[in-house]
Design a protein around this ligand. Structure first.
Ligand SMILES: Nc1ncnc2c1ncn2[C@@H]1O[C@H](COP(=O)(O)OP(=O)(O)OP(=O)(O)O)[C@@H](O)[C@H]1O
Ligand code: SF4
Ligand SMILES: [Mg+2]
Length: 366
């Protein structure tokens, strides 16, 4: 059994007079100790709401409904009362928030906030805790850490606050860490330093890391397994290599094809996914990605596509997935859009994005 098993998690926000938002709609994934699992997708696909639901940190607003399970080491986090949840959050589970200001205490100096974590979790006190706190700030790339320890959150830049939060999360050595876009606000050199630090934490402490990001570069450098989200559902799950080499879901193919490449020819155009995440079909009416999908066929609309479990352990939610290199298109592709309309949905596009394609392989059966 995995350290964290998220099963059929759903979060809806209902507001009087407004459309109900199905922010998370039956999301399942798991994370083992020492594993890095990515949650990837465009803005609004439900990444942060998924993590906040697992942590029990969604705003307690009328109309909020949370369903499913998030089982951490045998305990369903969604069933805990506030006190037990606070205990487990302090002791075993930590989160790096997308918005750092809201998660630092504005009236307590940074140093005290970091040393408090070191005292609570690692029994360090006095000068030893202060020395370790300064070292941690140094490791997350905060210059002049001794001076910064005395400062309050508002005296630090946004990027520094993010890094102070990361230092606190690392100080806990949690069994499970959920990092929501931990490096988005940081410049690339600091980003590399932070990712290295998180990797060390996973390697040395066996921390299970859930990495939430829309940055495929971060995914490529960090994640063992990747879950691609669209419209509140996981549309593809795969180990990192097969996902980058042979993406099957047209949305994953589109995400990979939209990444700029240094080796692209002069004047070569990017292949963005047409439309926006707002062009969403309700899952109840078919595939949510259908309005933007170049591989759309008649079967895509009417009822939601089932999750296909492939023999290599990957899964995708699509009736007309991108074919594996060297295989015939699956039967459903008979009525598919012509190839010229499907630049993002072809093995060629995958090859262009992810490098050479591997040897042909048998098409899996649903
Ligand atoms: N408190 C809330 N009340 C109502 N709707 C909400 C609330 N919080 C989030 N949502 C909606 O839930 C959906 C998912 O939001 P979420 O913040 O999880 O997206 P995200 O994938 O993290 O996006 P980003 O990459 O921009 O951070 C969005 O449509 C958002 O508007
Ligand atoms: S082919 Fe159909 S089911 Fe697959 S992503 Fe496109 S619209 Fe959805
Ligand atoms: Mg978010």
């Amino acid at each position: 059994m995995a350290l964290l098993d998220v099963e059929d998690l759903s979060v809806t926000f209902a507001r009087r007079g407004q459309r109900t938002v199905h922010a998370v709609d039956g999301v399942s994934f798991s994370v083992d100790a020492g594993e890095v699992v990515g949650l990837v997708g465009e803005s609004g696909c439900g990444k942060s709401v998924t993590s906040l639901a697992i942590m029990g940190l969604l705003p307690k607003q009328p109309g909020l409904r949370v369903g499913g399970k998030a089982v951490f080491d045998g305990t369903d986090l969604l069933q805990l009362d506030d006190r037990s949840r606070r205990d487990i959050r302090g002791r075993d589970v930590a989160m790096i928030f997308q918005d750092p200001l809201s998660s630092l205490n504005p009236v307590i100096p940074i140093g005290l906030q970091v040393t408090e974590v070191l005292t609570r979790h690692r029994g360090m006190k006095g000068a030893a805790a202060e020395k370790e706190a300064a070292e941690l700030l140094d490791r997350v790339g905060i210059p002049d850490p001794k001076r910064r320890l005395k400062e309050y959150p508002h005296q630090l830049s946004g990027g520094m606050r993010q890094r102070a939060l990361i230092a606190m999360a690392v100080a806990c050595q949690p069994r499970l860490l959920i990092a929501d876009e931990p490096t988005t606000a940081l410049d690339v050199t600091i980003q590399a330093q932070i990712l290295e630090l998180l990797k060390e934490l996973v390697r040395d402490s066996g921390t299970a890391l859930v990495m939430i990001t829309h940055d495929l570069g971060v995914v490529a450098g960090m994640c063992d397994t990747v879950n691609v989200l669209y419209g509140g559902r996981v549309v593809e799950t795969a180990r990192r290599r097969p996902l980058f080499r042979e993406p099957r879901h047209p949305y994953t193919v589109g995400l990979l094809a939209s990444v700029p490449r240094l080796d692209a020819g002069r004047g070569e155009r990017l292949n963005p996914i047409p439309g926006s995440v707002r062009d969403l079909l309700p899952w109840a009416d078919g595939c949510a990605f259908a309005p933007r999908c170049a591989r759309r066929v008649d079967e895509c609309v009417g009822e939601p596509p089932a999750l296909v479990l492939a023999h290599d352990g990957r899964s995708y939610r699509c009736v007309n997935p991108a074919p594996l290199p060297g295989t015939l298109p699956p039967p459903a592709a008979a009525g598919a859009a012509p190839a010229a309309e499907a630049p993002a949905g072809t093995a060629k596009a995958a090859e262009a994005t992810a490098g050479p394609v591997p040897a042909p392989r048998e098409e899996e059966k649903p």
